[in-house]
Structures are given as C-alpha cells and as structure tokens.
Ligand binder design. Structure first.
Ligand SMILES: C[S@@+](CC[C@H](N)C(=O)[O-])C[C@H]1O[C@@H](n2cnc3c(N)ncnc32)[C@H](O)[C@@H]1O
Length: 362
C-alpha cells in the first residue's frame, strides 16, 4: 500500500496490521458511515479509515496512545514541523532536568536539555497539526537502537517498542561501555518528518478522545457510527504503562517507571472481571452506534493466563445487544505481522492464538 509511512511514526504494543482494518472497512463501510475504535491504540483503524476517505473516531484511555493516534488524523508538512520544533527549542525549562545514572547514560546532556525544553513546550501547547505531528515523531524517536550511519533515535542503545527499566539499562550500557552521543535534533526531526510525511493520504474527518470506553455516552460523538473495528487489550497484558514510561514522561508524566494501569483501563484481576468490564465496553459502544451496526474485533491472550481467549471474548458479549455472527482463528499472534509480533522474547508474555469476532447490533 502506498502512502502509509505515517502509520509507523511511533510503535505501540499489540498494534494490529494496517491491512486488517483496511479490509474490514472496504468490505463493510457504507456511505455516510463513521467508524469507531473504542481501543484505538496508535490509531491504526483511524489511519485505515483516512486512507479510504471514511470519517472515524478513536478512543483510548492511554495518553500515549492518544498522542500517537492524533497524529494519524492531521496533515502537516516537513517545514511546519521543523518550525514547530524551532519554537519549542526556545521554550524556557519549567522543571529541573532529570538527574541520576540512568539519565546520564541514556541521553547526552545537551540532547537531554533540548528534549526537556521541547517537552515543556508541548505540554504547554500541542494544538496545531504541526505540533501534534512533532510530538508523535519525537515519541517514536525517544528510544531505539544505535544505527551505523546517521542516528535515528535520541537515546543510547535501547529497544524501540518499549523503554528499558533503568537499573537493567545502566548495567547493560556500563558492561558494554556505551555512552550516549550528542544528537543533532533538528536534523533528526527533519529526516524523520520527510520519511513519515511522504505521500500522506488526504484527510478524512478524524476525532480522537482520551477516555474510558466503558462510558462513551459522556462524549459527544457523531451520529451514524455503524462500523466498529477494534482490538481490546490482551487479558493479562498489564505492562502498557511501565513499558512505556519514557514516552509517558515526555508527555508530562514522572521521570521514573510508573506501575499500574492508566485510569479507566479494563481490570485484569480475574478473567471474570475482565470479561464483565469488556462487556461494559460493548454495551457502551452499542449505545452510541446506529441501528444494525457491525463490529469486528481481533482478540488474543498471553500464555501466562489460563483463560482461553475465545471463551473470554464470547463471555464478554453475553448480555449485550451484539450478536456474534462469525468467529475465526486469525492465526498465532507471532506468525507474520500479527497484532503482537513485537513481544520480543518474553516467554510469559508471549501471545497465543488470536481470533477475529464479527458481530451485529440487534
Ligand atoms: C490492543 S491495544 C489496541 C491497539 C490498536 N489496535 C493499534 O493498532 O494500535 C488496546 C488498547 O486498549 C486501551 N484500553 C484499555 N482499557 C481501555 C478502556 N477502558 N477504555 C479505552 N481504552 C482502553 C489500552 O490503553 C490500549 O491502547
């Protein structure tokens, strides 16, 4: 597919492949439809809708997901993004620069100071398309592997998908004598902006909300939502926040690992709680959908939880107005470019089979 680079602006855990929502929208969207994703993550569904010229709404309770998804619904230029960066670099620091062995080894002091200025500026104001694009681009470049040629990330050697835990990272860098290099932020932003903004699709209306999807009636959503495409969190996957702690810091969070779940997240205490709360989301979704709406959902689980994903998802639809019409195995999550392909070596978190569930609003 051409013109899809923007979708890769920043990785996100358990993102589904773009061709999944594209195929569903091509098949099921009607004229005048709005598409809704109540667990929008990085906004893959919203981007798919934009490619096909269909308006969409995305909702997620994670500020990181929302920051990335918003960038899928705006259009900007390389020059506008670089201008926005230049303004941010002039901004006064509003908080002390983080200190300690992790920060010393993670970023060159000059790079860290600039990142802190940009962070403060974007916390203060991130309303224009250029600022929204810049923020997502920086989130995507905050940490990642060292490259042979020009650098692609601001950090010392790191993983790209999730941020390392400080103790582990410092030990790793010390053992290999890895020191952070000074990064030319303007050059990196300009290169990445060229790469991700190339061939952007035309805009379609796109709304992204930071909210709990168990209470969608509190948002003022457009009428005419008749297609829902989504992937709920895998039952047992509770590491979204700690694994994204550096991105969370950049958006205004604390400069240390935060455990727990973002406000409003589905409960993972037990499979019963999870199925019940997922059911609350399906009921909330039906309350904002048009008659005869369709819902397509990709769902999986992780191996350290005994509950079978297909049983859990079926239970979640009980006592809702959604009638499951088809349920099919989407293949193992680790095979090919499935939703959870980047779980990277953690065997307990490794994904099991994924299912695609098709349902109709009765
Ligand atoms: C599997 S991910 C979605 C990934 C998405 N399909 C993509 O391609 O990026 C599930 C998302 O559900 C969000 N989430 C969990 N509980 C939620 C709730 N009650 N309301 C809204 N979002 C929620 C998580 O923050 C996470 O981003």
């Amino acid at each position: 597919m051409n013109g899809t680079s923007l979708n890769a602006i920043c990785p996100y855990f358990t993102m589904f492949p773009l061709d999944f929502p594209v195929k569903v929208i091509e098949r099921h969207a009607k004229k005048g439809s709005w598409v809704l994703d109540p667990f929008c993550g990085r906004g893959t569904t919203n981007f798919a809708a934009r490619i096909l010229g269909i308006p969409s709404v995305g909702v997620d309770c994670s500020p990181i997901a929302v920051a990335i998804a918003k960038a899928k619904t705006v259009r900007s230029t390389v020059d506008a993004v670089v201008n926005a960066l230049n303004e941010c670099l002039e901004f006064d620091l509003t908080e002390p620069i983080p200190r300690g062995s992790f920060w010393k080894r993670a970023y060159h002091p000059k790079t860290l100071e600039s990142l802190c200025r940009i962070r403060a500026a974007l916390i203060n104001d991130c309303t224009t398309s250029a600022q929204v694009t810049l923020r997502a681009l920086l989130l995507g470049a905050l940490h990642g592997p060292l490259t042979k040629g020009v650098p692609s990330y601001f950090s010392n050697q790191c993983t790209r998908t999730f941020a390392p835990k400080p103790k582990y990272a410092v030990k790793f860098w010390k053992a290999r004598s890895l020191h952070p290099q000074r990064i030319d932020i303007r050059d990196l932003v300009q290169r990445n902006a060229r790469r991700y903004l190339e061939g952007q699709p035309r805009l379609a209306p796109g709304l992204i909300h930071l909210a709990d999807s168990k209470a969608l009636d509190r948002l003022s959503l457009p009428r005419g939502i008749n297609l829902v495409i989504t992937s709920p969190p895998y039952y047992g996957m509770r590491t979204y926040r700690p694994d994204q702690w550096l991105r969370n810091w950049f958006l205004g969070g604390p400069n240390k690992v935060e455990y727990g779940q973002p406000d409003g997240s589905l409960s993972h205490k037990s499979d019963n709680d999870f199925a019940r709360e997922l059911g609350d989301v399906w009921r909330s979704v039906s309350s904002v959908c048009a008659q005869n709406a369709r819902l397509v959902c990709r769902f999986g689980g992780i191996r350290n939880r005994s509950a079978e994903p297909h049983d859990l998802i079926k239970r979640s639809f009980k006592d809702t107005d959604w009638k499951i019409t088809t349920m099919r195995n989407a293949g193992s999550a680790t095979r090919g470019k499935r939703q959870a392909y980047q779980f990277g070596g953690r065997s307990s978190d490794s994904p099991r089979e994924e299912y695609d569930v098709y349902a109709k609003l009765m």
